[in-house]
Design a binder for this molecule. Structure first.
Ligand SMILES: [Zn+2]
Length: 476
């Protein structure tokens, strides 16, 4: 009897990890595959799960199928490898390129956090240890195997899969998995994260196609629900963004944009360039502050096949951001520190996007207390993260072992989301050729997941349930 076990992203938006376990035709244990292997982020209660062992030994997992590069889907891979996993990790070529910069950076951040905690004695663990190191993350890249979109991959006589477009970020895919056990065929669809179904003006700079692959059919659907209870605003964000930047610069302040260093940052840079060229914002220095700043641009430009016509046209018109005047790519710590010496208005785009760690902490620690500055959120803030607290009006926030007062202007633009909202999800689900027998919602806060479940039952009359952490569901 085959089953799926939800080992993460159940009742929460991070830590995506879904185990498929089959019984072999000979009666011995069959194949065990993990779909995604993400880090838990946000609240301590969740982050502590990163230190727990899986319910089965890592060395007994035969393969990982990775939907996309975001750390909440990929960031636990080095830990899995550290615990003995040595099988192949299947992903699209763009996902592999992104992971080759994201995973080592994640290791580097874990090392830095552990080192900082030890130096300032603010961890209760002595000594504080990294979950994995940069070197361990680099080493696990040898296990990645590229799989093109649409290519059928047979892992064993029981299990085959192919990737289809998810239109979420560069290289992002859904995994269509076919299980054949005892002569019965079951099609499983793991959505990973689902991109915007309608984008263009409301979501500038978007990747491939306007939306995820349509016309799916499966027996069992495991689907994300991040925006299961929300609507994205449908107006063009550019006029508001330009006005916010102009006002901040006029009062002598700087704009700090916490953003994921890969993808989101590059899209945002193109947007700033467009506004600058149109004369809508002043030509102030723009800093992409990340050790990965240059590599991220290179990977972004390398995968032109992934972009919408609109984004291709922008890349053609403006060329590589690495050559734009006024745009700086601060890869070293010294470059990063110099930004803080500047007394003039500056736009700083720096990770992490949810202010969980990274260089953005240093910029915010320095600039949050000054009411002239603007902190602009352009990405999802998971509850429990500093980003969530700041966005929701916290008067002060703890970072780098100090308490920092929040006096800067705080704003969020929701249009940049890479996730479909509820009407878009329904629009996509209505393209299914057949109704899945079972649907499990993952990757959503409890309120979002349960609301989406109710909406889907009402609208589609499907059998929908919210997945629970460590729950095992039988594949019928
Ligand atoms: Zn994602």
């Amino acid at each position: 009897m085959s089953y799926i076990q939800f080992l993460g992203a159940a009742g929460v938006v991070t830590g995506s990890k879904h185990l498929i376990n089959t019984d072999g035709p000979t009666g011995k244990q069959g194949i065990q595959v993990l779909v995604d292997c993400g880090l838990f982020q946000g609240q301590k209660e969740w982050r502590e799960r990163n230190w727990a062992d899986l319910p089965i030994p890592a060395r007994e997992i035969d393969a990982v199928i990775l939907t996309h590069a975001h750390l909440d889907h990929s960031g636990w891979i080095p830990r899995l490898v550290k615990q003995g996993f040595h099988g192949p990790i299947y992903a699209t070529p763009a996902t592999i390129d992104l992971c080759s910069i994201l995973l080592p950076d994640s290791g580097h951040l874990q090392e830095e956090d552990a080192e900082f905690a030890n130096k300032h004695h603010y961890s209760k663990h002595h000594p504080a240890l990294p979950l994995y190191t940069m070197q361990e993350a680099q080493q696990c890249m040898t296990l990645f195997r590229p799989v093109q979109f649409g290519e059928a991959k047979q892992l064993t006589s029981e299990l085959s899969f192919r990737f289809v477009r998810a239109a979420h970020i560069l290289g992002s895919s859904m995994a269509e998995i076919t299980l054949t056990t005892n002569g019965t065929k079951n099609r499983l669809l793991f959505t990973g994260d689902i991109g915007r179904v309608r984008n263009n003006n409301i979501a500038p700079g978007h990747v491939v196609h306007s939306g995820p692959t349509e016309g799916e059919s499966c027996d069992l659907l495991v689907m994300e629900s991040t925006y299961g209870n929300r609507l994205h605003p449908d107006e063009d964000p550019r006029p508001e963004l330009a006005a916010l930047i102009r006002t901040t610069v006029q009062r002598g302040g700087s704009v700090i944009v916490p953003a994921f260093a890969v993808e989101r940052t590059q899209k945002f840079l193109f947007l700033l360039k467009e506004l600058m060229e149109a004369g809508d914002i002043p030509r102030v220095p723009v800093h992409a502050d990340s050790p990965m700043a240059i590599k991220a641009v290179e990977v972004f430009l390398k995968h032109e096949e992934e972009f919408s016509d609109q984004t291709k046209a922008q890349i053609k018109k403006y060329g590589s951001p690495l050559h734009w005047p006024n745009f700086y790519f601060d890869t070293t710590q010294d470059d990063s520190k110099k930004i803080n010496e500047s007394k003039y208005p500056t736009i700083i785009v720096s990770a992490s996007g949810m202010v969980a760690g990274g260089r953005v902490l240093h910029h915010l620690a320095q600039r949050l207390p000054d009411p002239r500055n603007l902190v602009l959120f352009i990405g999802f803030q998971a509850p429990g993260t500093r980003g969530y607290s700041i966005k929701n009006g916290a008067q002060e926030v703890k970072m780098l072992g100090q308490v920092v007062p929040v006096r800067a202007q705080i704003t969020a633009l929701e249009q940049f989301s890479d996730h479909a909202d509820t009407p878009e999800l329904l629009e996509w689900l209505h393209t299914f050729k057949t109704a899945p027998k079972q649907t499990y919602l993952v990757h959503g806060e409890p309120a979002a997941a349960s609301q989406l479940r109710d909406t889907m039952i009402k609208d589609l009359r499907w059998n929908v349930q919210v997945a629970a952490y460590k729950e095992k569901v039988q594949v019928e």
